[in-house]
Structure formats: C-alpha cells, structure tokens
Design a protein around this ligand. Sequence first.
Ligand SMILES: [Fe+2]
Length: 391
Amino acid sequence: MSTQLPLTGIHSYEHYVSDLARAEAFYTQKLGFKRIGAATSAASEIDGMERLVLAGGPQIHVILSKPIKDWSVAANYLKMHPEGIGFLNFRVSSVDQAVTYLKPRGASFLYTPQVRTDSHGTLKQVAIATALDDVNIRLIEDAGYRGFGPAFKLDQEPGSYTSPLGFINVDHFTCNVRTLQPLTAFYRDVLGFEKFWEIEFHTNDVNPNLPVGSGLYSDVYWHPASNIKFANNEPIAPHYRNSQIDIYCRDNRGSGVQHVAFRVNNIMNTVATMQHSGCNFLASTPSYYERMPARLQRSGFTGTIREDVKALAKQHILVDASAKGYLLQIFSHELARQFQDREAGPLFFEVIQREGDEGFGGGNFRALFETIEVDQIAMHKVAAKLPLELI
Ligand SMILES: [Fe+2]
C-alpha cells in the first residue's frame, strides 16, 4: 500500500462560466493568459460544454467551461453557484496507486479510473468529491501523454507558454467554508496532507469596542512531496455573519475556492503591467506602510527588503516576513466587482513573490481584512448591526 498520495504537481483547474467571451477576455487581457486550445466538437457534443484551454505560464493552465446543454457538469454547477472553480486537477505518478491509497481512507470517487488513448499517447484519470461543496478533484496520470487531455485539440504545446506577467506557477489555492472541521478531516484523513500553517485573526482583537467586526481562522494543509498547498478559511465570532468568509459563502451559495495565487519573481513589474491593463487590486492604506517596520520587527525578520518601500506603497503591494525571509503579495478585486455582475462570482486572484518566507502573509491579515471590508462595504455586503441568531 502506498504510504502517501502519489501527487506530483498541479495540472490545471476548471472554471465554470456562463459568459465564455468575458472570462477569456479577463484571463487574456488582465492576467496575461493565452488561449492554446479548445475542446473538439465531438468532445463538446459528448460533454455538453464549450471548453477552452488557456495557459497562464509554463505550469499554469485553466479550462474555461461553458454549458451548451442543460445536463452538462457546467450547467449543473451554475444552477447551484455563480461562476467559479469546480475542478482542481492534479498530476499523479500512478492513478492505480492513488486509488489504492484513497479507497481505504474513505475517498468518494465520481467515477472509476478512465483510460483514453489518442495520437498523443495514453492518459488515465479518476476524480473524487471534496468537502468543498461542488468542487471536485481530478487525479491525472499523463507521464506518457504529450497533449493536454483527450477532449482537447491544442494549437500550442502545454508547458511552452511564457507569461508576459512573469507568472510561474500556482503557489496555492485558498478555500472558504462555513466550518473547517470536515475540510480539515478531508485533507488529513482522506488525502493524507499535513498541517503547514495556521492563524486566527479578528478585528475586535485590535479594537474590542468596535460595533462591527470580522474574523477568521485560517490554516494551510500541504502535500510535502509535491508542494501542493491549500489555504482554508472559516468565519469566527463575534460578527460571524459579517466575516468576509461567511459573506463569500453566501455570495458563492456554498463553500468553494476563494482565490488562486500565482507566483512571480518580480511582483513590481507584474503589478505595473497588470495595473496598466486595467486589472483592479485591493488598495492598501498609507498607515499600512507606516506600521510596516514595527510589524516586520515583530515577525523576527532581520534581513532587508530589497524593493523600494515607497514604490511598493505606490503599487499597493503588501509585505510580510518571518525569521526566514519576506514575501510580497497583492490581491485583485473579486470577479463580481471586476465585471459589476454578482453572477461572475466572488473568486479573486493573488500575485505573490517569495523571498524566503514560505508563510501566507499572516501579518497582512489585518490590512487585508480592512481592504476587503472596504470593498464589501462598497458593495453593501456588510451590515452595521445584525441580530444574533438566538432562540
Ligand atoms: Fe493566498
């Protein structure tokens, strides 16, 4: 029996959309992706979906899927949720070994292992349900396969695209749930992942006299051999209902993927290009940078930030650090706000540059919470006074 799930990396993720042209335009114009292929007409007929493959970097691929039949997987997802991510696709060295590992651990399979052979070779896959509502996981064995997937015809080889924004890979996926325990049990007991990091934050910790507030508990589970990481959030009291995490779950009509983080080597160049192309990011406040030296000192960081802090402030790039190093990160507005359409969903994107800090910006949670809440207040999501749900 395998001692761990034979994951080797991220293959892609699948984003279900009702407006394919809008989503493709966003990914290509704002995130530097490129369409490299599409589902064949035969596959579209069988799956009831129009699907595009977009590359965002050598190791970043997204499938955009729009329903063309009412019974399709995309249609069923979109009956339940606004647009969002419905499949996370991971590579495994062996589907059979993955099944052997997962079965006794209680995994729920969506189908038995499927093998397809075409002119690119042979690809084997299986899929499992998760504790994240309608988000599923595919496990793909494609070491002997030169294409992207049997359903797709590609104009360009997967892995051959260089991002004009310097996107390298997906650093992590972040998921929001109303209560973390079932999801934690899924990562730990089913997938065999290990706990990597955790944090609890509440605005009332900073000021207990606030009439409103918002908090979350967050943890990260990972698969050390492949470095696949899931960050996970749940709302906490007081003001559970005003937590951005509960608001996400209401907007998404269930739990799901809150953001995808793309890793880059030069975030200032990336953000300058993205801002030029009109991608909207959460703004940080001048006080965030004034408080930064004290925050970095508390983190145990003794090195120097190579970037010019004034220039970082101008671009609203956030800085966090640990004894091991620092990281720079920025978050986009959610797609619902980018498109001014609630049905575009509460998914957003992060850009992250790591300089030795393998954490998740714990020191930025307060700043991030403030900026997300400014956003949510702007969208009239946060109520100043909500009744407690007492009997
Ligand atoms: Fe993140």
